[in-house]
Design a protein around this ligand. Structure first.
Ligand SMILES: [Mg+2]
Length: 431
């Protein structure tokens, strides 16, 4: 079964109109997707992949995916499956495009979109949800598809093999548990920074009624305002529920120490992205200065090499992998295996469009065949789910296990037609 063509679309939803996704640095997000359709000889078999952006620049990702098409078109699905790592390296290590990366920024987001689509295609071909396809692969066959380049000083393939094999001993029982009970998550949807106190109060109360127990709030615009908001939320959720905050990179290292010291009285489960996402040593300085507060980061950590340093340096307490920032499972699974070796919990970043649908699979894979860490948690932020064919389903603060074939992030046909930029009917009416 051959891949015959690939189409890439610039899809943008006008979410800035409702202040969705607003935080200390991203104040007008239009949730967007570089959306890849991979067509095969069978008109009923199509791979769908995406990466997430927040508006302008989505066109750059779309164009970048175009450069990778010749590497993939005319290959059969089994060729892709059997030479996954080599094809991935041809993209991540492209002799010209690597100059505007390498393995970071627009180019890496584009590789993520393409490979999310290739994994989706392979799983649809085998008629399995992605998590099930991965856990049923022989360990060696899975490891051959992944990239350990630049991180094999921290985690070798043979160590990875041992971690997978050991964990798989309880697979039958743990699979039953995850299918029956789902995977726990926290909500970010009540705490966007652009929301008024009234709106936030209403959303927190609704979430409590729906059974949510873990809440994350955005901070970082003004410390007095942050204190007032956290006071309000802590009073609403009571001492028994879990509260965390996210500063979205807004503070310097010294400001982080100062602000976290002022906010930690609210019993915070973690503080997310206090400072520059590249400052591995700065995070360690913050941790050393405030050892009683946990730090979380990773949603813009660009690749496995950065994660290796964060993890080995113990610069974070919770590792927040992102399904579209890193270049798909090819390097996400190696990072999860390294985190398992170091006993650091994975709490994936999600929200946007398609990210919740992707991480629900990654959580299950990590839970079933990789980690032995006792902390199980993931992010959820309901947004744009009305545009997805099979959005992630949450039941009393837990992701329901997806059972349909593929990697789950498929945008509805009518939404594509309405929100394709700039020719969709919505954009034509406002531009
Ligand atoms: Mg965040």
């Amino acid at each position: 079964m051959k891949i015959v063509s690939i189409k890439v679309h610039d899809i943008r939803f006008p979410t800035s109109l409702e202040n969705l996704g607003t935080d200390a640095v991203h104040t007008d997000c239009d949730y967007s997707s570089s959306y890849v359709e991979i067509f095969t000889e069978d008109p009923d078999l199509k791979g769908i992949g995406l990466t997430f952006t927040i508006g302008k620049g989505n066109d750059l990702c779309v164009e970048c995916v175009d450069y990778f098409k010749p590497i993939v078109i005319n290959k059969t699905i089994s060729e892709i499956e059997n030479s996954m790592d080599s094809i991935w390296r041809q993209c991540t290590n492209h002799s010209q495009l690597r100059w505007i990366g390498p393995e970071k920024g627009v180019v890496h987001l584009a590789v993520a979109a393409l490979f999310n689509g290739l994994w989706d295609l392979i799983c649809k071909f085998h008629k399995k949800p992605l998590w099930k396809y991965i856990i049923e692969l022989e360990s060696n066959s899975l490891l051959d598809k992944l990239s350990f380049s630049y991180i094999d000083d921290a985690i070798s393939k043979s160590e990875a093999f041992d971690i997978l094999e050991k964990k798989k001993q309880n697979l039958t029982k743990s699979q039953e548990t995850i299918i029956n009970h789902g995977f726990p998550c926290y909500t970010t949807a009540a705490g966007w920074l652009g929301y008024s106190d009234e709106k936030m109060t209403k959303l927190v109360k609704n979430a409590l009624q729906k059974g949510w127990t873990h809440f994350k709030m955005k901070v970082g615009q003004d410390i007095d305002h942050d204190i007032k908001r956290l006071e309000l939320v802590r009073n609403l959720i009571g001492p028994e529920n879990v509260l965390m905050i996210d500063a979205n990179q807004v503070w310097s290292v010294n400001e982080s120490i100062d602000c976290i010291n002022k906010l930690k009285m609210f019993d915070l489960y973690f503080v997310e992205e206090p400072t520059s996402p590249d400052d591995i040593l700065g995070y360690k300085k913050i941790k050393d200065a405030i050892p009683d507060v946990n730090l979380a980061t990773g949603e813009v950590c660009q690749n496995r090499v950065m994660f290796k340093q964060f993890l080995e340096n113990r610069s974070l307490d919770f590792c927040q992998i992102d399904s579209c920032r890193m270049a798909s499972l090819n390097e996400i699974i190696p990072v999860m295996i390294l985190a398992s070796k170091l006993n650091i919990p994975i709490i994936p970043h999600a929200g946007g469009i398609g990210l919740c649908e992707y991480v629900q699979h990654l959580n299950i894979i990590n839970n079933l065949i990789i980690t032995n860490n006792g902390i199980h948690l993931s992010e959820y932020a309901e947004s744009c789910s009305e545009h997805l064919e099979n959005p992630a389903i949450i039941n009393r603060g837990r992701y329901t296990t997806p059972l349909k074939a593929g990697y789950s992030a498929v945008i509805k046909k009518e939404s594509l037609a309405t929100y394709v930029f700039p020719s969709g009917s919505y954009w034509k009416s406002v531009l």
